[in-house]
Design a protein around this ligand. Structure first.
Ligand SMILES: NC(=O)c1ccc[n+]([C@@H]2O[C@H](COP(=O)([O-])OP(=O)(O)OC[C@H]3O[C@@H](n4cnc5c(N)ncnc54)[C@H](O)[C@@H]3O)[C@@H](O)[C@H]2O)c1
Length: 344
């Protein structure tokens, strides 16, 4: 029988790419999303869903989750600038609502809960060695703290009949109908495409682990399919064998996407964030289920085709559609969301 998967945040950047992959792999998918970025789509992308629940995660009840086998919990305020915009809201949506969701899921008889954490929980780390899942935790921002608190408190709900797994994806990249350019590689390729100029304010030496959104999706599918003893209460970094790139490598790969693009490193800011992450655990423990397919060269070429197909330009790049903080501020200003991000 087809497994029924709920994807929360299914209308966002990762979700809107993940759902078509899940449905073509034969899963029945129910979406749960408030739709903060419904007017941000660069192309129309109708999802083949069993059902779309348009609701705030802060209001979930067990009845919403009846008949679901597995939940992929993506919904949340998705980066550091959003977290700093209103730290209390980040705690409410990313942490408290996650715990409420897990409680409701357990009551509803859901079997698996796959939580999307983040590598931001490692904070500033020693860039000389690759940090693994046992590495020191040092969540600095409100966003990182909300992810770490969620991981800690979710553990209390994990049991043989309600298996919880914590996935920590590297910074995502790749084309999506609901694209984000507030993440590094998508932005670099967008600079190449729209301006033929990539200007880096640091010297380009900081390290950034990266993961393609289709590989992130593959990691979640691996956790749907793997036997529970391999994933129960397990933390997995999500990436590839070579997922660590310097900012310079990312910029040079983006530069190669468009002939004649200039690249400058002004060095005016030193960037204290530099970290390397190991994805060895997922690549070993889930090797029969997870085989990542992407690197930044392939992802850059794919992003280029996407930017061409949607005629992406500077106006789009500077607007609100691909930058989450701008999109939310616009909705507060136009009155469709209140200050607490409740739909009016
Ligand atoms: N993109 C990355 O680089 C990255 C890396 C690691 C982890 N993650 C995590 O993956 C998840 C998805 O990220 P994304 O890049 O797709 O983000 P996104 O901002 O594009 O999508 C988030 C989705 O969640 C929904 N949402 C937010 N608050 C909600 C609420 N209160 N109720 C219901 N729905 C709500 C939004 O409407 C949106 O569709 C997030 O949890 C993020 O923290 C992302």
């Amino acid at each position: 029988m087809k497994k029924t998967i709920m994807v929360t945040g299914n209308l966002g950047y990762i979700g809107s790419t993940m759902v078509p992959i899940l449905t073509s792999a034969g899963y029945e998918v129910t979406g749960y999303d408030i739709g903060y970025y419904d007017d941000c789509y660069l192309i129309e992308a109708k999802q083949q869903l069993k059902k779309q629940i348009k609701k705030d995660v802060r209001e979930v009840v067990p009845e919403d989750l009846t008949g679901i086998d597995c939940i992929i919990h993506l919904a949340g305020l998705s980066n550091d600038p959003l977290g700093e915009f209103n730290a209390a809201l980040t705690e409410d949506i990313n942490y408290k609502a996650t715990i409420r969701f897990a409680e409701a899921a357990k009551k509803a008889g859901v079997k698996r809960f796959l939580y999307t954490s983040s590598q931001s929980v490692y904070g500033i780390s020693d860039s000389k060695k690759d940090v693994d899942e046992e590495g020191a935790i040092n969540p600095i921002t409100a966003y990182a703290k909300s992810k770490w608190q969620s991981e800690c408190d979710l553990k209390k709900f994990c049991s043989d009949d309600f298996v919880i797994t914590y996935l920590r994806p590297a910074t995502a990249y790749g084309a999506s109908p609901n694209l984000r350019t507030d993440i590094v590689f998508n932005a670099f390729v967008a600079y190449s495409f729209t301006n033929k100029l990539i200007e880096i304010k640091s010297d380009g030496t900081p390290w950034r682990p990266m993961s393609h959104i289709q590989d992130i999706t593959a990691a979640f599918i691996a956790c749907i399919e793997a036997p529970s003893e391999l994933i129960k209460n397990q933390v997995f970094n999500v990436g590839t064998p070579d997922n660590n790139y310097t900012v310079r490598q990312l910029a040079e790969a983006a530069q190669k996407c468009v002939a004649g693009t200039d690249l400058t490193f002004t060095g005016e800011h030193t960037d204290p964030r530099s970290y390397r992450v190991s994805s060895k655990k997922i690549l070993t423990v889930l090797k029969d289920y997870y085989q990542p397919q992407w690197d930044i060269e392939k992802g850059g070429a794919d992003l280029m085709s996407f930017y061409q197909s949607v005629k992406f330009d500077s106006a789009a790049f500077n607007g609100y559609k691909t930058v989450r903080l701008k999109a939310l501020k616009k909705r507060i200003a136009d009155g469709s969301l209140d200050e607490n991000l409740r739909v009016k």
